[in-house]
Ligand binder design. Structure first.
Ligand code: BGC
Length: 443
């Protein structure tokens, strides 16, 4: 049986949250560049023009990764750096940058993983409707083909879309993330096109032999407030939206519209063959989970009929994100996904905890101790978990929350851009040095 020591540890970062260098070397503007310019969208009024300056400091960050004992470095590609006009002319300097990141990872013995899309669409494509425009399937295919042709000779592990529900829900339904669009029509159209794009992207990457191609799914534990049928049904609707919508169509199960009737309206965007085209046998699933929500029935909330019961009202502490941190979700979701397919390799491709400035690091250490307990329990049950990637290395631009939440195990001085290992990084370094030197993901 697999042991805790067999799990591979790594870290995840994303381009829009770290790279900075927003107008350097031919990069075009992304929807997050536009969104951060609008008033009152970002809590601390900040933007990601500099972010952690990963663009210039990638070596330092990869060195930290090695020093801590992490074996995987998952980063995302900025579409606007590769194709400043969204499609068409390739920006060689963008390709050069990611080549340098990949080469350096390999040089120091870290496995590079690529995420093709972590929420930063080129603005020029958004001007044509972004994910609501069906043409995006072709745009995405063009982009992924370029990534494959340039990087797949050295990068074996790929994640296509990071957390569909968060970028479609935040960006095209609630309007709290870029591009700030709202409404059910935007949400349904963009979701369908995103899933179709992902399915096609999978095929494009798999044309190259030997690649391991997966998706990263956001999972939020949803519980009913009271033990009543109405609250249970409300919880089921929200759970369907949050935890099933972005995987079940790929499994050939169609859209889960029995449990969330508004999804029947998705049919408006179908073309013949779409449901079949969505089927995708990913090489692995990346599970990402942070928090739990408790909901009650609320007839006046359109489409969902469910309302969040704030943790405060339930007497539960929250992190600076306003979330109930919920490590228990790790075993819940890994087990749940293993029920879809017990053989499918699973990765905990993100987990982490945000602290406020000056908040005691001991909380993060305890959080990761719980993560380890959760993983131990789940491998004991025989679930095919391969490893864990932390969110995240260096404190960075946390989307609409700006720089207020600190998810990193390394602190960033935003003036000098100096990085300093936090107690949690030192704790982790110690932990990782005590376990058997993890083998790098089989190449
Ligand atoms: C996302 C990250 C984000 C983190 C914390 C994940 O959903 O992939 O980009 O920073 O959660 O909110």
């Amino acid at each position: 049986m697999k042991k805790l020591d067999d799990l591979i540890w790594g870290v995840t970062i994303a381009a829009a949250q770290t790279e900075g260098a927003y107008d350097k070397d031919g990069r075009g503007p992304s929807i997050w560049d536009t969104f951060t310019q609008k008033k009152f969208r970002i809590k601390d009024g900040s933007n990601a023009k500099v972010a952690t300056d990963f663009y210039h400091r990638y070596k330092e960050d990869i060195d930290f990764t090695v020093a801590i004992g992490l074996k995987i470095f998952r980063f995302s590609i900025s579409w606007s750096r590769i194709l400043p006009e969204g499609t068409g002319k390739v920006n060689q300097k963008g390709i050069d940058f990611y080549n340098k990141v990949i080469e350096y990872c390999l040089e120091v013995g870290v496995e590079p993983w690529i995420t093709t899309y972590h929420w930063d669409l080129p603005q020029i494509l958004q001007d044509q409707g972004g994910w609501t425009n069906r043409k995006i399937i072709d745009w995405y295919v063009e982009y992924v083909t370029i990534l494959r042709d340039n990087f797949a000779d050295r990068v074996k592990y790929w994640i296509l879309i990071n957390e569909g529900i968060v970028c479609m829900g935040g960006g095209y339904f609630l309007g709290v993330h870029a591009p700030g669009k709202r409404g059910i029509r935007n949400f349904l159209a963009s979701t369908h096109h995103l899933l179709l794009s992902q399915a096609k992207g999978f095929k494009i990457l798999k044309e190259k032999q030997g690649l391991k191609v997966g998706t990263a799914i956001s999972c939020t534990k949803i519980d009913p407030y009271q033990d009543t049928i109405r609250d249970q049904k409300a919880a089921k609707r929200l759970d369907t939206l949050m935890n099933r919508l972005f995987i079940e169509p790929h499994l050939g199960l169609g859209y889960p519209d029995d449990d969330l009737p508004i999804l029947k309206r998705m049919a408006k965007y179908y073309k013949i063959g779409d449901l079949e085209a969505l089927r995708t046998d990913f090489d692995f699933w990346g599970i990402q989970t942070y928090a739990r929500e408790v909901v009650r029935s609320a007839w006046y909330v359109p489409y969902l009929g469910a309302m969040r019961v704030k943790p405060k009202k339930r007497g539960v502490a929250t992190s600076i994100m306003g979330w109930e941190t919920y490590p228990k979700g790790i075993s819940d979701f890994l087990e749940r996904f293993a029920k879809y397919d017990s053989q499918k390799p699973l990765w905990l491709s993100e987990c982490g905890m945000a602290l406020a400035k000056d908040e005691d690091e001991q909380h993060r250490i305890e959080y990761y101790q719980k993560v380890i307990e959760e993983m131990k329990a789940i491998i004991h049950k025989g679930v095919n978990l391969k490893g864990v990637l932390l969110w995240t290395l260096v404190d960075n631009f946390e989307w609409a929350e700006g720089y207020l939440p600190k998810f990193g195990i390394i602190a960033l001085d935003r003036k000098t851009l100096k990085r300093t290992m936090k107690p949690s990084a030192i704790w982790l370094q110690k932990y990782l040095s005590t376990i058997k030197a993890a083998i790098i993901a089989e190449r």
